[in-house]
Design a protein around this ligand. Structure first.
Ligand code: HEM
Length: 479
């Protein structure tokens, strides 16, 4: 329990095996395994993955200490083989270590790509894509009693708006490589989320025991070809009047360090393209999917939400983004969904930039910090009836998801908190409201809501393992 440096006390935790440490205690759902261990060892727990000390944080008070009180110490990311190989030596924002490069890119992403102004300027594009989604579902509903694969439809919608916003156009299933655009990107994300032994025992990296390195190199090559093609198309494009996508904005900064403070090179653009696509493509879609699943399991909540929409929007038109601020119950439903189903259940690892003492425990430099947002959202000591979906718990409460309230941190908090939060909240609220307002939903084959499979598929983003199949019926009076 002691470090080599005198009597410094590490947080409690289970004993590990030589070399592997506690790695074998972690299965296919790490957030569940770590939640179980935290019940035994406490909210600040010490494990060892391979040769690396890992600190697991599982309560709001502890999360506040790491993400607010000592935010600057824990604002880095550890070395990450997948990002090194695929994202140009960890030049992506999400995994780049704390320092001037990260600060510069973070500022560019926050002020130039994900600002409220930029998000608002893309509103009509979101509307077009959402209208298309509703049309497809309505066509299926027209056939009467036919179930649609809502998970697939929402995922395609989310992929399409992300691609249009970031690289200016949509990609078909079979574009890009033999496997297809989205499948290749998702494979990259799966590899990024995998427990790669080389990250924890760097000495055995060359052995490539899990055969990840070979796959990473193949994907890195595909991605590089893809990003090069995108950049070339943007450079060649003569249309000055089109709405600027993220690649246009970043290309505008290349070689203009004198007028802008951003130092942007070709590899930077490629790393940020991949980062943004990976962060945006599945996260909002998975959240929408989980929210609709809970609504199907709780018809009372759906009815109440439909009533709110009826009185705020009326039955003669669809929901607009400008309606969202009036929809208080929708806000509670979304918060409750984020609480039970944070789609990034373990925040990407933070890294300690120096030794630090937290709550009397010694946290060594370079330790990986895993914040278990899933465990915090289901903490029985914080939430009454923690496993129940009950949006009314937020009536009269000012707890929100924006990172000020550490009992609910689906977007993280502090310097590394999600810069895409405002965009994600707009998309999730709008799509959930639209789908609940335009359609009634039923389960196929007389299935009961209690029979819905709630298994998660763990990755960088954690969607439902099974697709949500539902029968839609059009509700609105007009058109
Ligand atoms: C429901 C949707 C989303 C959720 C739940 C989510 C959640 C998160 C979380 C938990 C983090 C890590 C915070 C930490 O380490 O403390 C994060 C980081 C990040 N997110 Fe999101 N996110 C979502 C959507 C988006 C979108 C739409 C974008 C951009 C288009 C985005 C871009 C990023 C980036 C670039 C980072 C890395 C920030 C850094 O390390 O400095 N996210 N997100």
């Amino acid at each position: 329990w002691k470090t080599g440096e005198g009597n410094k006390r590490l947080p409690p935790g289970p004993r590990g095996l030589p070399i592997l440490g506690n790695l074998l205690m972690i299965g296919s759902k790490p957030h569940h395994d770590l939640q179980r261990l935290a019940h035994k060892y406490g909210p600040i727990m010490h494990l060892r993955f391979g040769l690396m000390p890992v600190i697991v944080v599982s309560s709001p008070e502890a999360a506040e200490l790491f993400l607010k009180t000592h935010d600057l110490v824990f604002a880095s990311r550890p070395p990450h083989e997948a990002s090194k190989c695929i994202c140009y030596n960890q030049q992506n924002l999400a995994f780049s270590p704390y320092g001037s490069y990260w600060r510069n890119m973070r500022k560019m992403c926050t002020l130039e790509l994900l600002s409220n102004h930029k998000i608002n300027s893309l509103g009509s594009m979101r509307k077009q894509e959402l209208d298309l989604l509703v049309r497809h579902i309505r066509e299926a509903a027209g056939a009467g009693g036919v179930a649609v694969d809502l998970s697939s439809m929402v995922t395609s919608f989310s992929t399409n708006i992300s691609c249009r916003m970031i690289i200016g156009k949509k990609y078909n299933r079979d574009d890009f490589s033999e496997k297809g655009f989205a499948a290749t990107l998702r494979e990259g994300m799966k590899i990024g989320a995998a427990f790669n032994l080389a990250d924890y025992i760097p000495q055995i990296k060359g052995l490539d025991l899990q055969r990840l390195s070979k796959r990473m190199k193949a994907i890195a090559k595909d991605f590089d070809d893809f990003c090069e093609k995108i950049i070339e198309e943007h450079v060649q494009s003569a249309d000055e009047n089109r709405v600027k996508d993220f690649v246009d904005v970043m290309l505008g900064f290349v070689g203009s360090e004198e007028t802008h403070e951003y130092r942007v090179e070709r590899d930077t653009i490629k790393a940020i393209i991949l980062d943004m696509l990976a962060a945006a493509m599945d996260s909002s879609g998975a959240t929408i999917d989980w929210t609709l699943t809970e609504l199907i399991r709780h018809p009372r909540v759906t009815k109440k939400l439909q009533k709110e929409l009826e009185s705020a929007v009326g039955m003669k038109r669809m929901v607009e983004e400008s309606d969202l601020e009036k929809l208080e119950y929708l806000d509670m439903v979304i918060k409750e969904s984020f609480r039970l189903h944070p789609v990034v259940p373990l925040l990407p690892p933070h890294a300690a930039r120096e030794d630090c003492t937290v709550n009397g425990f010694h946290i060594p430099k370079d330790a990986r910090i895993l914040i278990n947002a899933y465990a915090i959202g289901r903490d029985q000591t914080v939430w009454t009836g923690a496993d129940k979906f009950y949006p009314e718990r937020f009536v009269g409460s000012d707890i929100d998801v924006r990172g000020h309230d550490f009992q609910l941190i689906p977007f993280g908090s502090g310097r590394r908190g999600c810069p895409g939060m405002q965009l994600a909240l707009t998309i999730v609220r709008l799509v959930v409201a639209q789908l609940v307002h335009c359609f009634d939903w039923e389960l196929p084959d007389n299935m009961l809501p209690t029979e819905l499979d709630m298994t998660e598929d763990f990755g960088l983003v954690c969607p439902r393992a099974e697709h949500l199949l539902l029968i839609p019926t059009w509700r609105l009076k007009a058109f």
